[in-house]
Design a binder for this molecule. Structure first.
Ligand SMILES: [Zn+2]
Length: 219
C-alpha cells in the first residue's frame, strides 16, 4: 500500500515505528519513521540511532556520476612525473601498476587496479544505476542485486587508505629524482572526495523503501 504523509519526503511502505538497537548501549526500542532531515535518538543514553539525509537520492546521483568522471580523468592523465638525470617520465596509474608488476611487486600493482578501477566501478557505478532511475520512481533490472552487492562491497572501499599509500610511495620516489604530481593524481583526490560524499549521503531506509515501491509499481 502506497502512502504519503504530509511532511514526509518520499512515500513509505509502512509508517509503523521500526525496532532498532542502540549502537552505544544496546537498548532495543521502537523508533519512529523520520521526516526529512530529522534524527532519532536513543531513549536510554541519548546517542543518535539514525538520521534521514535530505535529498539523498539527488546527492547520490550527483556525487556518483562526478566520481566516475574523476575516475576516467585519473586514468587518462599522468599521475606522476619523475625528473631524474636529465630524463623526464610521465606515468599514468596503469603504467605505474604495470611497472610494479614488472619490478616484482604484483601485489601493490593489483591493489592499485582494485582501488582505482574495480572498487569505484562497483560502488559508484552501482549507486548511479540504482539511484538515478529511482528519482523518477523506476527500478532498472537487477537493481535489488546491485544494491545488495553495493552494500556488501561498501566496507572494502578504502580509497582514502590507497591515496595515503600513493603519497608515501611518492616520498620514496623522491630519492630517485624530482617528483611532480600530475592531473591524474588530483583527479584521484576528486574521486576519493566524491566517493566519500556519495556514500555518506545515502539514506538506506529511503533507498530500500523507494526500491520496493518502484518494483511493486512495475509488477
Ligand atoms: Zn543508547
Amino acid at each position: 500500500m502506497k502512502r504519503h504523509l504530509p511532511g514526509l519526503s518520499w512515500p513509505r511502505l509502512s509508517d509503523e515505528p521500526i525496532r532498532v538497537s542502540c549502537h552505544f548501549c544496546d537498548a532495543l526500542q521502537e523508533a519512529p519513521r523520520l521526516l526529512e532531515g530529522n534524527a532519532a535518538y536513543c531513549c536510554r543514553c541519548g546517542e543518535m540511532l539514525y538520521q534521514n539525509r535530505p535529498r539523498s537520492l539527488a546527492r547520490a546521483t550527483a556525487f556518483s556520476s562526478s566520481a566516475l568522471i574523476f575516475m576516467a580523468l585519473a586514468h587518462l592523465f599522468p599521475s606522476i612525473t619523475v625528473d631524474s638525470g636529465g630524463m623526464r617520465k610521465e606515468l599514468t596509474i596503469m603504467e605505474a601498476a604495470d611497472a610494479l608488476f614488472q619490478e616484482g611487486n604484483p601485489l601493490i600493482g593489483i591493489v592499485a587496479i582494485v582501488f582505482t578501477i574495480i572498487a569505484p566501478l562497483i560502488l559508484m557505478g552501482g549507486l548511479l544505476y540504482v539511484a538515478a532511475p529511482l528519482r523518477f520512481g523506476m527500478a532498472l533490472p537487477g537493481a535489488v542485486t546491485v544494491t545488495r552487492l553495493f552494500q556488501i562491497s561498501e566496507p572494502w572501499s578504502m580509497l582514502e587508505v590507497f591515496l595515503v599509500g600513493i603519497l608515501v610511495s611518492l616520498l620514496k620516489l623522491g630519492a630517485v629524482g624530482d617528483v611532480h604530481l600530475g592531473t591524474g593524481l588530483w583527479a584521484l583526490v576528486g574521486l576519493v572526495f566524491c566517493t566519500a560524499s556519495a556514500m555518506s549521503g545515502i539514506d538506506r531506509l529511503e533507498l530500500w523503501d523507494r526500491l520496493e515501491i518502484a518494483l511493486r509499481k512495475d509488477t
